[in-house]
Ligand binder design. Structure first.
Ligand SMILES: *Cc1c(COP(=O)(O)O)cnc(C)c1O
Length: 387
């Protein structure tokens, strides 16, 4: 048996030891974490819906109607009118014929990929795809190939090298650690040339990108007809929990028959579906939330430019500050916490070696005062580090 204590100590020595902070407040910019008042810049609650009064009221009403838990898997007796209504509303909103709920995004990716491909097939993935897509690729038994980040040229060459079996190309819509957006137009053409499935994971685009919040496809003017498998999560911009896939009638029926992470798990509580239906209504009817988020992104980038803080190309709510060294990222994150600012350090294996970062995320709920405090604190710290 290996020595776990020794392994853990090595992790600590390499600044790779992960641990949790404890939160005592609702998910919102001003929080109480480990007993300290902080402004949080690491949530995926991009529109401030996690603690929205209408979403909470719908959740409570859902509990009164359906109770706390769903009691069983969707195919047994856990599929409620609330789940069914939400699936129809998600299909209408995204423009696909059907949508299907999963309990988490991780499970949605594992399930849909395993339902579509297996041994003898090939899955091609962007190098910077989310861990759940990579794991889905490993688990499904198909050959896994990774193409250079957002490179349709590299994808094209790799697709051309596969002459038999099904091919499935999967990409993040908004890359979760960098904040840049997939070049869907070029990726779609490449898939068409090689008769490959194209799957988009829009965890960070759904609800926030595009004029109507429909996500990366709306933002990049891509027709849903060109994207046979769409997946998005509900625990980020929608502020609740869960995920869904959307696609054709036949795709959804296939996933219902075959996806093990959908079949063999308890349906999420119906009340969560009721809360999510309210979130979706707010996303549909209140474009001003997206305007506030975009104003905050522009303001943050402008302040950073004035203070010589180097950012990546991102135009989305994900705005990383690269520190390179893992130790620097961890020390900066800890020092910021002492000053009342919460940003987690993202380190390898989550990002490539040498690209540790502070992953800042902005929300429509942040004020300019919050952003001023953040930028001033980072600027002071960078000056101290370089002097
Ligand atoms: C968060 C995330 C997931 C996983 O979704 P969960 O609902 O949190 O399990 C999948 N893909 C991407 C790109 C994500 O950012």
């Amino acid at each position: 048996m290996k020595d776990l204590k020794k392994e853990l100590q090595e992790r600590k020595a390499n600044h790779l030891y992960r641990s949790r902070r404890i939160n005592d407040s609702p998910q919102q910019p001003e929080m109480v974490i480990d007993g300290r008042k902080v402004i949080s810049f690491c949530s995926n609650d991009y529109l401030g819906l996690a603690n929205h009064p209408e979403v909470k009221a719908a959740f409570i009403k859902g509990i009164e109607q359906y109770g706390a838990g769903s009691g069983a898997a969707h195919l047994i007796n856990g599929h409620s009118r609330a789940h069914h209504g939400l699936e129809q509303e998600l299909a209408d909103f995204t423009g696909y014929p059907r949508a299907l709920l999963f309990s988490t995004g991780y499970m949605a990716n594992l399930g849909v990929i395993q339902a579509l491909i297996g041994k003898g097939d090939t899955i091609l993935q962007d190098r910077l795809n989310h861990a759940s897509l990579l794991d889905a690729g490993l688990l499904c038994g198909a050959r896994l190939m990774r193409y250079a980040h957002n490179s349709a040229n590299d994808l094209d060459a790799k697709l051309a090298s596969r002459t038999s079996g099904e091919k499935l190309v999967a990409t993040d819509g908004v890359f979760s650690m960098d904040g840049d957006i997939a070049d869907t137009t070029a990726l779609v053409s490449s898939c068409k040339r090689h008769d490959a499935w194209f799957m988009l994971d829009d965890a960070h685009g759904f609800g926030v990108l595009g004029k109507n919040g429909k996500g990366t496809l709306e933002h990049t003017n891509t027709s849903v007809d060109n994207v046979p498998v769409y997946m998005a999560t509900l625990g980020k911009a929608l502020g609740t929990s869960g995920a869904f896939i959307a696609g054709s009638e036949d795709l959804v029926e296939t996933v219902i028959q075959k996806a093990r992470t959908w079949i063999y798990t308890t349906a999420s509580p119906p009340a969560v579906a009721e809360a999510t239906r309210t979130s979706l209504r707010i996303i549909n009817s209140q474009p001003q939330l997206r305007d506030s988020l975009n104003d905050n992104i522009a303001y943050f980038r402008q302040c950073c430019e004035q203070q010589n803080i180097t950012l990546m190309q991102s135009t989305t709510a994900i705005q990383p500050v690269i520190t390179g060294e893992t130790e620097t990222a961890v020390n900066m994150s800890n020092a910021l916490f002492e000053q009342g600012i919460l940003i987690t350090a993202i380190r390898p294996q989550t990002v490539p070696e040498g690209s540790a970062r502070l992953r800042i995320t902005l929300s429509a709920a942040h004020t300019r005062e919050h952003i001023d405090k953040l930028v001033n604190a980072i600027s002071a710290m960078q000056k101290m580090l370089s002097s």
